[in-house]
Design a protein around this ligand. Structure first.
Ligand SMILES: [Zn+2]
Ligand SMILES: [Zn+2]
Length: 203
């Protein structure tokens, strides 16, 4: 599976463009992602969201409008992207253009997205409804803000829970195997084995 990375917005949020058998799909939609896709001249058919934090979703509505693509996310992500008041309830003064998901995704051992079979893991603790998308064939995990190179997602935001986060990483992520490459929501790619051995939050 080939993929390309774009990093956008003030939080330097990564998104990943993946070529699936039936077309291109994008994981997450940070600021600038839509312009980047336009410049790449690809036709995006599906946008999957790892979680609903405002740095991962601001271009979602724009991308859906431009490409007429479907959006998939966890049921708990839906209010974060469709209700403009959601984050204001937490005291954040930001506004993103609201958008409705077309498909709701929950944890499942195998689900096809544009002909690409993925194991979908739900790993909350950084954000409720946080999803990691794993391709066993490619040994590739699109992980969102769960596990980073030498770091983990912060757990002090609304709905965060350190116990859930660390248990999820150890049980669901580490068990995928040391050779798996993690494409995280921030920072460079890493390997699960590297993080299992050297991540200061997890050793
Ligand atoms: Zn996040
Ligand atoms: Zn993030």
């Amino acid at each position: 599976m080939t993929y390309e990375t774009f990093c956008g917005g003030i939080f330097e949020t990564n998104c990943y463009l993946v070529e699936a058998p039936e077309g291109w799909m994008l994981f997450d939609a940070p600021d600038g992602a839509c312009n980047w896709l336009e410049s790449r001249h690809v036709d995006v058919k599906l946008l999957l969201l790892t979680h609903g934090h405002f740095d991962h979703v601001p271009d979602a509505a724009k991308i859906k409008r431009l490409f007429n693509c479907q959006i998939g996310c966890h049921p708990q992500t839906e209010p974060m992207i469709s209700d403009p008041e959601f984050f204001r309830g937490f005291g954040f003064e930001l506004e993103i253009e609201p958008v409705k998901p077309d498909l709701l995704i929950e944890e499942t051992p195998a689900r096809e997205f544009l002909g690409l079979e993925m194991n979908v893991l739900e790993v909350p603790g950084h954000c409720p409804g946080s999803l990691c998308f794993f391709s066993r064939k490619d040994e590739l995990l699109i992980g969102g803000d769960v596990l980073f190179a030498s770091g983990v997602g912060r757990w002090d935001l609304p709905g965060g829970d350190a116990d859930l986060l660390f248990a999820g990483i150890r049980k669901k992520i580490f068990s995928l195997g040391d050779n798996v490459t993690v494409l995280p929501g921030h920072g460079p790619p890493t390997k699960i084995g590297t993080e299992r051995r050297t991540n200061p939050f997890l050793v």
